[in-house]
Ligand binder design. Structure first.
Ligand code: BGC
Length: 508
């Protein structure tokens, strides 16, 4: 169970070039993030399409036609939400299986499995003739997401030269945002195609899935994964190939050493429950809860529905979703640029204040100006869209990428893959909760939903302030000494009897 994941760019600087081969590998693997993002973005548009609703959710369609009866509740339907959320439930279960295939078979076959699941899922959902086929299709897509999201970030971190790991880790999130944007564009154009626009939209995920399937034949397995499975010679060869230099001995030795230590831990999941694992474990899980309870996916999944709810027409609603998608992509670059300069804490704290203000303004406008059956006036609707965009900006450079980055850099090597699998599955669980509950919450709480998310943002801001230490610039295997031991709260879990192991590891 050995995985070398470093994201702070401060790991020992072994000799390495940024080779064309690594670049190609990164681009191909990151297509996994693109498919994840596409799936996130496509559901909202498809569930706003009349042809789709008529075919699978006639009751919702009827209600939508009489929308003036109740603005907030026209989309509230458990089955419609199941269409969106089933994917995340499947991904949650799959991430544990994926953690096992990652260790036993390798990262590359895990990515290949992901692309096969994706292709089956695309076929079933785009070709669906009834609700069952549609939902089973979503479940296969979910298996793909579970396998992809476990293997891709680990693959990226292992294949990258140490000094580029931080930036390359966020390439995953960047691809997620690009996937969401492409989905929004596809939604916008296919909404005009009757009656099969929704089939084209759902089928679109097949393109990146095919790229991932064939592309993954070109990429190599990571040296860590090969050495972890006792294929030391092949691991050495792979390392030489991806680093583009002859002298790879130091890095090779360090991977062998890390694998040795990790192999002594027979049950990494049990080790996760030990006091020494508590800080990264608790932070890793809570980060996922907080990331989702910013309310981001209420916007990402349901942006078109949300904008329609507050009074935009279908077309204008989809177009607004394209605008938020573009802002999401561009703001992620700000995160890539700042994360190793200002640090993680600054981004988390800044964005908490920033997102809180946006949510409050949106909530107040909706509470004041949008009656249950009324629509928003043009100026108010514009202000809502602007603040949704400003809100997305804050998320995109903070809780979005850091939700993936921090769990990948704070676990010690022996629990890194298991800890990361738990984080991925928690992410999927809370994404599922939001996807399943949001439309009902919107119906029940109305504009109050924005105050609900605001309250969570206050909680997460305070948590970040007191409990999330700065990890910028800290070597990945030095977290215990430099981060947890001096921390006012987490130091209580750093028991002296665990030191021996740690010293041994750091002297590598
Ligand atoms: C989150 C997704 C979210 C996306 C938005 C990701 O980090 O995990 O749930 O939809 O960011 O860009």
């Amino acid at each position: 169970m050995a995985v070398v994941v470093s994201s702070n760019g401060n790991a020992p600087a072994f000799e390495a070039k940024m080779t064309v081969y690594v670049f190609i590998c990164v681009m191909i693997a990151a297509v996994g993030g693109l498919i994840f993002g596409y799936d996130i973005g496509i559901s909202g548009g498809v569930t706003a399409m009349d042809d789709f609703l008529k075919e699978f959710f006639p009751a919702v369609w009827e209600r939508k036609k009489h929308a003036h009866e109740n603005n907030y509740c026209k989309y509230d339907n458990q089955f419609l939400q199941l269409f969106t959320s089933s994917l995340y439930l499947a991904a949650l279960v799959a991430s544990f299986a994926a953690s096992a295939t990652c260790s036993k078979l390798g990262r590359k076959p895990t990515m290949q499995l992901a692309s096969i699941f994706f292709l089956i899922g695309v076929g079933l959902s785009a070709g669906a003739v009834n609700l069952v086929m549609l939902i089973i299709g979503r479940i296969f897509l979910g298996f793909g997401v579970g396998f992809g999201n476990q293997a891709v970030p680990l693959f990226l971190s292992e294949i990258a030269p140490a000094q580029l790991r931080g930036g390359l880790n966020i390439v995953f999130q960047l691809m997620v945002t690009i996937g969401i944007l492409i989905a929004n564009l596809v939604n916008y154009f296919t909404a005009e195609v009757h009656p099969n626009g929704w089939r084209i939209a759902l089928g679109g995920a097949g393109v990146p899935a095919v790229i991932l399937l064939f592309g993954s034949l070109l990429i190599c397995e990571t040296p860590t994964s090969l050495i972890e499975r006792n294929k030391n010679e092949q691991g050495k060869e792979a390392l030489r190939k991806i680093r583009g230099v002859e002298d790879i001995n130091d890095e090779y030795e360090s991977i062998v050493h890390a694998c040795d230590i990790a192999s002594q831990v027979k049950d990494p999941y049990r080790k996760l429950l030990k006091p020494a694992s508590r800080p990264p474990f608790i932070i890793g899980m809570l980060l996922q809860l907080f990331q989702q309870f910013t309310g981001i996916n209420a916007i990402m999944f349901y942006a078109p529905v949300l904008f329609q709810t507050v009074g935009f027409g279908t077309d204008a609603a989809l177009l607004s979703a394209v605008v938020t998608g573009t802002i999401n992509v561009l703001s992620t670059f700000v995160g890539i640029y700042l994360v190793d300069k200002t640090g993680r804490r600054f981004l988390l704290l800044q964005s908490s204040v920033h997102m809180l203000i946006c949510q409050l303004i949106i909530g107040i406008i909706l509470a004041k100006d949008l009656g249950t059956t009324g629509t928003l006036g043009k100026p108010q609707a514009l202000v809502v869209v602007i603040f949704v965009c400003v809100y997305v900006m804050g998320f995109a450079w903070s809780w979005g990428p850091l939700g993936w980055l921090i769990p990948s850099e704070t676990f010690p090597l022996e629990t890194r893959s298991a800890g990361f699998a738990v984080a991925v599955s928690c992410n999927m669980f809370f994404t599922f909760v939001i996807a399943q509950a949001f439309l009902s919450m919107l119906c029940g709480m109305r504009s109050g939903i924005f105050f609900f998310f605001s309250a969570w943002i206050v909680v997460m801001g305070l948590f970040a302030m007191f409990f999330i230490p700065e990890t910028k610039g800290v070597a990945i295997d030095d977290m215990r000494e430099s981060v947890w031991k001096p921390h006012w709260f987490w130091k209580r879990y750093m028991l002296p009897e665990d030191d021996h192991h740690d010293v041994e590891k750091r002297s590598a």
